[in-house]
Design a protein around this ligand. Structure first.
Ligand code: PLP
Length: 379
């Protein structure tokens, strides 16, 4: 990566780990189709299944519950479509803070498959109202609950145990968009109460365009992508072997270094909060930044008199990459649906700073300095 660049947009994507890149390059040697019965095909099949076993072991589930996909968007879509169209769920309970990879398929299924979508209330910190969730579950027993583990804009964490207890008690099925947390926490998916969880390798220093869905046995469905019978009929299409190998290596590395990475990245986030408070009077943090929040994400609102329009371009010119709102939905500079739903004053300029293990304190200091010197045009 370019040395001068300060990349603080790790919630959007992370730089690929060199060890991951190396195993991927080696894997191109095995070019056979994993479905072919000849020696090249068998070699590829062995590697796919070895990768599945490794991923399954890390996630504490049987290999038969891991299905490789093209990433988080596809995994969320496959699950929601499968639950609506094949398993016949009619009521979906979600929150207004979900990623578009959940909200958009739900809206599509509402329009074209007649499902009903119920939104759980949230508070101003962006946490869900568990009492309201319980009332919705009582009203719609056996619903599909879709609530993300960590919000990609604010970093807020879901109280997973409380939600899964409620789901169990009221016989709901629990899908969680775990894209921002797989690779950041050691997760025992056999215990956490998720019926469906999803991952995306490029969020944990793996390649783009590959992920997986973890589906508890008994919760399988007929998928919306059909064709060859790959992934035990759950996801048709020739397996992307180099990407699967890269995902697996990236997940192994993330778990190997998890504790030290979390401690280090948390220290960068705390330092950033402290420096921003010191240098920019009136700064505030969206979500539960100092509380139940992912160590990699910090969402900041700057004072109203700072030039919102020029903020990202100025940072870009200074060689600093951050996002306004969510990168997946942005580039467009649209008002963040997450901040709006939380009642944040969206006239104030806001940035999402997201940290990775390659970042340094010096980079954080430079970022805060550039933000502190940002223009305050005379209104
Ligand atoms: N869900 C969340 C919470 C995300 O942050 C993202 C990506 O930003 C996605 C889903 C989409 O994942 P992918 O890029 O693998 O399609």
């Amino acid at each position: 990566m370019n040395k001068a660049l300060i990349y603080l947009d790790n919630a959007a994507s992370t730089p690929i780990d060199m060890e991951v890149q190396a195993v991927m390059i080696d894997s191109f040697e095995v070019f056979g189709n994993p479905s072919s019965v000849h020696v090249q095909g068998r070699k590829a099949r062995v590697l796919v299944e070895k990768a599945r076993r490794t991923v399954a072991k890390i996630m504490h589930v049987p290999p038969a519950e891991i299905f490789f996909t093209s990433g988080g968007t596809e995994a969320n879509n496959a699950i929601l479509w499968g639950c609506a169209l094949d398993l016949g769920f009619k009521h979906f309970i979600t929150s207004p803070l979900e990623h578009p990879a959940v909200l958009k398929p739900l809206e599509f299924l509402r329009q074209f498959a007649g499902i009903q979508v119920h939104f759980v209330h949230i508070d101003t910190l962006g946490h869900i109202d568990l009492k309201h969730l319980e009332r919705l579950l009582e009203e719609y027993p056996g619903a599909l609950v879709s609530l993300m583990h960590a919000n990609n804009e604010t970093g807020n964490l879901l109280p997973v145990n409380a939600v899964s207890e409620l789901c169990k008690k009221l016989r709901a099925v629990f899908h969680s968009d775990t894209v921002q947390t797989i690779g950041k926490y050691s997760m025992d998916l056999s215990q956490l109460g998720f019926d469906y969880a999803v991952a995306s390798a490029h969020k944990f220093h793996g390649p783009k365009g590959v992920g997986f869905m973890a589906i508890r046995s008994g919760k399988f469905f007929k998928p919306f992508i059909t064709g060859g019978g790959q992934e035990r009929n759950m996801r048709a299409g020739t397996e992307n072997l180099p990407a699967i190998i890269g995902l697996t290596k990236a997940l192994e590395i993330a778990h190997r270094r998890m504790a030290e990475d979390r401690e280090y990245i948390s220290s960068l986030k705390s330092a950033c909060i402290g420096l921003l408070r010191e240098r920019i009077p009136g700064v505030s943090f969206n979500g539960d930044a100092a509380g139940s929040s992912l160590h990699t994400i910090l969402n900041v609102s700057l004072p109203l008199d700072m030039d919102a329009e020029m903020l990202l371009p100025s940072l870009d010119i200074a060689g600093i990459c951050v996002s306004s709102g969510s990168a997946c939905a942005s580039g467009s500079n649209k008002t963040s649906h997450v901040l709006s739903a939380m009642g944040v004053d969206t006239h104030r300029p806001s940035v999402r700073i997201s940290f990775g293990r390659q970042n340094t304190l010096k980079e954080v200091i430079v970022l805060v300095d550039v933000l502190a010197r940002h223009d305050r045009p005379i209104h």
